[in-house]
Write a protein that binds this ligand. Structure first.
Ligand code: PBG
Length: 334
């Protein structure tokens, strides 16, 4: 008989991987990665004022809240099982200056809101952002002099900001500025001031990325000149992430973060295989908006794309995911 090259079942196909995909029950049994609302931190945008809830143009479904509205949003999210929140403030130009002094004014609306959140919801894990950009008239994460970022002088400002946020009751500080030595500097200051329980989630491998665009819209925080390439990492590099991770670990970080997530899944994997510390990944604004924009056109299914994206980040080794999809994911999982 002529053999047309068809597969001979008995001889050649002892292994049929499709058997483990034959029903949902079997697929569930062999599923390696699972996502839970417990893995997620929801980033939220805060503005000054009362009774304000304004959608971010470039981030459909994401809002800038005044404190009263933010507290309601947190309460709603808690009912859905979300426990982690990372709050970012949007400051008016009038409160910005070169040295970002508003960041540690104890009466500033950001610190007041953080305090109120912990007062009303002591059980949440509250995270904050440590960097100069929301308060800086230059829009940079560090102190600028003659067009240059002054690393060591920036540390003192980050230190004041960190102490003010720790004093407001923040559980995890998130230094997102990428200055050298900041984790150790902040850790020592915290410890000297009695904040030994305040954690640090370092933005360990934060890349100079195009995907932060919508976030900078939300906060009006785009740099006024130049770019962030002298402090944020070059997207071409991965070995440098290991150096940053080693330093942050020595300097006392409790968590290491990779940011953005999707174009850097290899970096998430690299750090998770090389560090015993829990790895977090930031599924950033542009990664959110890409899916939302395509979904609006009817080009893809937002819910399925979201789940696939979050799963891929977890699968690559992230224990914790910061994502603007947190509330949608939680709603869908209910
Ligand atoms: C500020 C900061 C940025 C993000 C988080 N903290 C923007 C930047 O570095 O310019 C981006 C988050 C996002 O895009 O969702 N230091």
């Amino acid at each position: 008989m002529v053999n047309f090259g068809a597969v001979n079942n008995e001889d050649m196909m002892l292994r049929r991987p499709r058997r483990n995909r034959k029903s949902e029950a079997v697929r569930n049994l062999v599923e390696e990665t699972s996502l839970s609302v417990k893995d997620l931190i929801f980033p939220l945008f805060l503005i000054d004022g009362f009774n304000k809830k304004v959608e971010v143009n470039s981030m459909p479904g994401i809002f800038r809240f005044s404190q009263d509205q933010l507290l309601r949003e947190i309460e709603e999210c808690m009912k859905l099982g979300i426990r982690g929140f990372d709050v970012f403030p949007a400051y008016p130009e009038s409160l910005k200056n070169e040295a970002a002094t508003e960041s540690y004014n104890p009466e500033t609306f950001y610190l007041k809101a953080l305090r109120e959140i912990k007062k009303q919801f002591p059980e949440v894990c509250l995270m904050s952002d440590v960097a100069m950009d929301p308060y800086s008239s230059d829009g940079h994460d560090g102190l600028v002099k003659d067009g240059k970022i002054l690393n060591d002088e920036t540390l003192e400002i980050l230190g004041r900001m960190s102490l003010a946020q720790a004093d407001a009751g923040v559980d995890i500080l998130g230094p997102s500025d990428m200055m050298d030595g900041r984790v150790g500097y902040i850790r020592s200051l915290l410890d000297e001031s009695g904040f030994t329980d305040t954690s640090i989630m370092s933005y360990t491998a934060k890349y100079a990325s195009a995907f932060y665009g919508p976030f900078r819209d939300a906060l009006d925080s785009a740099p006024k000149f130049g770019d962030k390439k002298t402090y944020q990492m070059n997207p071409a590099n991965s070995q440098e992430a290991l150096i940053e991770a080693a330093l942050d670990t020595e300097e006392g970080a409790d968590f290491l973060m990779v940011k953005p997530a999707l174009s850097y899944l290899d970096i998430i994997k690299l750090l998770s295989e090389n560090s015993p510390l829990p790895i977090a990944a930031y599924n950033v604004s542009g990664e959110y908006s890409m899916i939302k924009a395509a979904a609006r056109q009817g080009w893809l299914d937002s819910d399925r794309a979201m789940q696939e994206v979050l799963l891929s980040i977890k699968r690559s080794g992230a224990k914790i995911i910061l994502s603007y999809f947190a509330k949608e994911f939680a709603t869908l999982s209910k």
